[in-house]
Design a binder for this molecule. Structure first.
Ligand code: PRP
Length: 210
């Protein structure tokens, strides 16, 4: 283990915690990550890894550009951003779904007018409705998307649903599932060629542990 560490970008927050738990299950000492303070690059020396903590979209950017060899990011971000990298493992945690939700009791599919959809994920939404052959106006919202139908900005939302509590407490309901979501291990295309043995060994270990 004398080569330079494999750099892995983790999505800050819950996916980060779940990934650290997984790395510990593999037997790696993640003390530095657990006691990170405000540091953003942390060593996992016995795994010859270097953990980088980033926002979801940036995990993809860093992996695509090859400044990180690998990344852990939600399928939601992958579906929205696309990009050139290999998606190697479904890590099984960070489970939730994309769903179409509307105000409880409202008849979304009735009428002929173009429906307005509010979402943080315009690409995912556009392709969902295109597949249905349904013309929609998509409005990008940065967060708390549930507000949009309540404020009458939109007829529906395409958003992440985990427990369903946010929808329920705001008088909304799912009328259709769009896609399942979970955390994925992604790998830079060049890194996979250049460091194939090390990456494959790590991926095998991860798959065994799952
Ligand atoms: C996400 C999502 C929903 C909520 C769903 O928002 O956009 O609002 O979580 O979770 P639930 O089904 O368990 O209630 P997040 O907390 O990331 O905040 P945001 O809406 O400001 O992006």
């Amino acid at each position: 283990m004398n080569s330079k560490p494999i750099r892995i970008a983790l999505t800050k927050g819950r996916l980060e915690k779940d990934t650290v738990g997984l790395l510990e299950k593999l037997g790696f000492d993640c003390t530095a990550v657990r006691e990170k303070g405000r540091k953003l690059i942390l060593p996992v020396p016995d795994g010859n890894l270097e953990v980088v903590l980033a926002k979801a979209n940036d995990v993809i950017t860093y992996v695509e550009h090859g400044v990180c060899d690998m990344g852990v990011v939600g399928k939601d971000t992958i579906m929205e951003m696309k990009g050139k990298f290999f998606e190697l493992v479904d890590l099984g945690f960070g489970k939730c779904k994309f769903a179409l939700a509307v105000k409880k009791g409202s008849d979304f599919y009735s009428g002929y007018g173009v429906k307005t959809i509010a979402t943080k994920y315009p690409n995912v939404s556009r392709s969902f409705f295109e597949k249905k052959g349904m013309d929609t106006e998509i409005i990008k919202i940065e967060g708390s998307v549930e507000l949009a139908p309540l404020l009458e900005l939109a007829d529906g939302i395409v958003d992440i649903v985990e427990t369903g509590t946010t929808l329920k407490e705001n008088g909304l309901e799912v009328i259709e599932d769009v896609a399942p979501i979970s955390a994925r291990l992604i790998v830079n295309t060049v890194s996979l060629k250049m460091r194939q043995k090390e990456i494959e060994a790590l991926v095998n270990k991860i798959e065994e542990a799952l």
